[in-house]
Ligand binder design. Sequence first.
Ligand code: S3P
Length: 205
Amino acid sequence: MVDFPEDPSPAPSFIAVDGEIQRIVLTGFMGAGKSTVGRLLADRVGWDFLDLDSYIETVTNKNARELFDALGETGFRQLETDFWASALKRSQAIIAPGGAVIDKPANQSILANSAGSFVVFLDALFPTLIDRCLRQEREQGATYRPLLYKTELARTRYIERRVLYANHAHRVVNVADKSPEVIAQGIWQMVSTFSVRSVNETYRR
Ligand code: S3P
């Protein structure tokens, strides 16, 4: 059993998963590791992994920067809401939305009403997350994060969102001091305490 040590994060307020778990949703600020952990978890459980930003880019055949330029932020956010609603109807899936999805009340309500979603907020302190994002940019390039170089705005968003993530999660995991493998393993153990009929056969150690 992986034991997550005492957690300084805000307590989640979602009470229970409504029915059998159909999907795991990983939320959190940029740099929290939603995609890395999501892929590992999907591999472990044998479910699909869906990174919402990548999925939008694939379906529209445009990258995030092009979509932002073409639609403006409001248009992009509406598109994101449509994809978010359809992603949360999937079964046997691990879903990682972009960090900003939680900002919009419509998106919060889609999440709150998605029966069968088990929501885990991946949390860490602001400087840790920004350091990770900057390192990713240096090492991997590509991820389009307009917020990254507006540090004060990013800090404000982080403070506002941290409460929202926690208020819309079943569990909070402090990710600062753990490897993605340990986090994925721990999340799977949390999920296993609920009844997940369909994954028990496919779970690979
Ligand atoms: C954003 C986070 C990014 C991406 C976009 C906006 C944000 O996703 O959706 O740059 O405002 O926090 P990640 O959280 O996957 O980095």
